[in-house]
Ligand binder design. Structure first.
Ligand SMILES: Nc1nc2c(ncn2[C@@H]2O[C@H](COP(=O)(O)OP(=O)(O)OP(=O)(O)O)[C@@H](O)[C@H]2O)c(=O)[nH]1
Ligand SMILES: [Mg+2]
Length: 320
């Protein structure tokens, strides 16, 4: 018998980590025990989310940010979520290219996941991937994701510090006004600040932040950082703002402390596990012959949908 995967992962075997990550992606049942065994070794990494529109420069920025972290002696694990079309696969290749300068660095581990058009699936597997990186002992874990509705909110539940990446020149339809983004941003980045309009975007973001009426003096006010990711400009400033936010979280009151974020993260994880399990059981229950007979009765309007639903719920609870 060879050593179990989790053991090898704890010993720093990156190939074992890659294998477990693939098992998670493919939803191999055995992955669960491995994750379970890793759980007690998690909770140490600091988690940073980079969210922003497609093409805003997130991967380029993350690449430059990794360099900044490495210079400070910090190890970094990355989960890059790419809403790739099922036909291209291009974004993953793009990430590899943009971050490949770190390919031989032991202190860096980059994992790209394609969403195959299914963002829900990714928000489901991302916590597990983060857990693996956390157990591997990385100081920082970065999650790169395109902000698409519910997904960005889900990712925000995982990260300690959320960076929202904006770019100038998108006109009045300012990205940050998208629902939810204001609430999740701990730091705003105006990337591509070499393009015209970055000062204007800064003013717009500031104006928006000042409109948040329920913000009190003790609350964290998201700073705005200008970057040019392609020239690694603004990265030191960005690092310092993240550090400042981390310090604030560590000293902050009950609702926003790092401990509170960890509790939220775990709660979210449990929610995902439960809803995933329930979905699977519901699928199984609806594929069963008994349910198919019910369906006939429902189609003929002889049965009540609510009673049928109750019966399904009972079947799911029995796990049959
Ligand atoms: N001029 C300029 N171009 C940039 C800057 N940052 C990134 N880019 C370019 O913008 C393009 C998109 O960069 P990516 O890093 O792939 O952007 P992304 O947000 O990761 O894109 P997706 O993952 O596809 O959503 C690339 O051609 C980069 O070279 C910048 O600060 N200034
Ligand atoms: Mg990218």
């Amino acid at each position: 018998m060879s050593e179990p995967l989790y053991q090898r992962i704890l010993e720093g075997d990156v190939r074992a980590a890659g294998r477990l990550m693939r098992q998670v992606d493919d939803q191999i049942p055995g992955a669960r025990q491995q994750l379970e065994a890793l759980f007690e070794h998690t909770g140490n990494a600091y988690i940073i989310g980079f969210t922003g529109n497609p093409g805003s420069g997130k991967s380029t920025l993350v690449n430059a940010f990794i360099r900044e972290c490495r210079e400070r002696g910090l190890s970094v694990g990355v989960v890059a979520v790419d809403p790739t079309s099922p036909f291209s696969g291009g974004a993953i290749l793009g990430d590899r290219i943009r971050m490949q300068e770190h390919a031989l660095d032991e202190g860096v581990f980059i994992r790209s996941v394609a969403t195959r058009g299914n963002l829900g699936g990714v928000s489901r597997s991302t916590p597990a991937l983060v857990q693996i990186l956390d157990a591997m002992g990385f100081d920082l874990i970065i999650i790169e994701t395109v902000g698409v509705g519910q997904d960005e909110v889900d990712i925000a539940r995982i990260a300690d510090t959320n960076i929202v990446v904006t770019v100038p020149g998108l006109g009045d339809d300012i990205q940050a006004t998208k629902a939810g983004i204001l609430e999740i941003a701990d730091v705003f980045v105006i990337n591509k600040s070499d393009h015209p309009g970055s000062d204007r975007l800064r003013r717009e973001l500031k104006a928006m932040l000042s409109l948040a009426v329920d913000r009190s003096d003790e609350d964290w006010t998201p700073p705005i950082v200008h970057t040019v990711a392609t020239d690694a400009e603004g990265l030191t400033k960005l690092f310092e703002k993240i550090e400042a936010h981390r310090d604030w979280l560590e000293g902050a009151g009950a609702d926003d402390s790092r401990g509170a974020r960890d509790r939220r993260r775990i709660e979210h994880l449990i929610r995902l596990i439960v809803s995933g399990e329930l979905d699977a059981r519901l699928d199984a229950a609806m594929a069963a012959p008994t349910w198919q007979r019910h369906l006939e009765g429902l189609v003929a309007r002889r049965e009540s949908p609510y009673e049928a639903a109750e019966e399904l719920i009972a079947a799911i609870a029995r796990k049959d």
